[in-house]
Design a protein around this ligand. Structure first.
Ligand SMILES: N[C@@H](CCC(=O)N[C@@H](CS)C(=O)NCC(=O)O)C(=O)O
Length: 175
């Protein structure tokens, strides 16, 4: 385990104990190009759970079922993924991953400032890096047949290039 992380086995077991007692259930698409195996945003949650060694079950939901009351009780916007752990129900991948990182050893650094920086990067991934990428998905697929779609595409691609260049410049640093 990397230095500075909670590495002691006893400590890790203690940190994991509350979660081990409960079955974690997440939701994913029943039908997707990968057959619901995690290439949608449930990847983030699966990845975090795998990293901390927390077993989980996956409940696959259809496009129709996710807009029905049973799923809307878990996710107010009728999306996936959701996360259930006993009485706790969460939606929004950022909040779910943050919860997993707080409850289990191994994802967050121990140092408070380093932890705050890790959280800043989580927000950056969701609020600064993902939006231009989603814009490309919209421009290409959702609104790809609109008369202005071709004109918009180069602008959208430039925004992604800029963002990724900024990201890669910073990731070269030791921070
Ligand atoms: N900000 C949300 C986004 C969730 C989201 O958009 N999920 C997509 C799958 S990746 C979804 O359920 N789409 C179905 C729909 O739009 O009806 C998160 O990070 O959890």
């Amino acid at each position: 385990m990397p230095e500075g992380f909670v590495g002691d086995v006893g400590e890790a077991m203690e940190a994991n104990w509350g979660c081990l007692a409960m079955t974690v259930v997440i939701t994913a698409f029943e039908r997707s190009p990968d057959g619901g195996k995690g290439l949608a945003r449930d990847t983030r949650v699966r990845w975090a759970l795998e990293e901390v060694g927390q077993p989980y079950e996956v409940r696959l939901v259809s496009f129709r079922a996710k807009k029905e009351p049973a799923h809307l009780r878990l996710h107010p916007f009728g999306l996936i993924p959701t996360y259930e752990e006993g009485d706790l129900v969460l939606f929004e991948t950022g909040a779910i991953v943050l919860h997993i990182a707080e409850r289990h050893a191994g994802l967050f650094p121990k140092d408070a400032n380093a932890r705050a920086r890790a959280i800043a990067w989580m927000f950056a991934a969701l609020n600064t890096v993902e939006p231009p990428i989603l814009e490309l998905v919209t421009a290409r697929f959702t609104e790809g047949d609109e008369p202005w779609a071709q004109e918009r595409l180069p602008l959208v691609k430039d925004r992604i290039r800029d963002r990724l260049a900024q990201l890669s410049a910073r990731l070269g640093d030791a921070d």
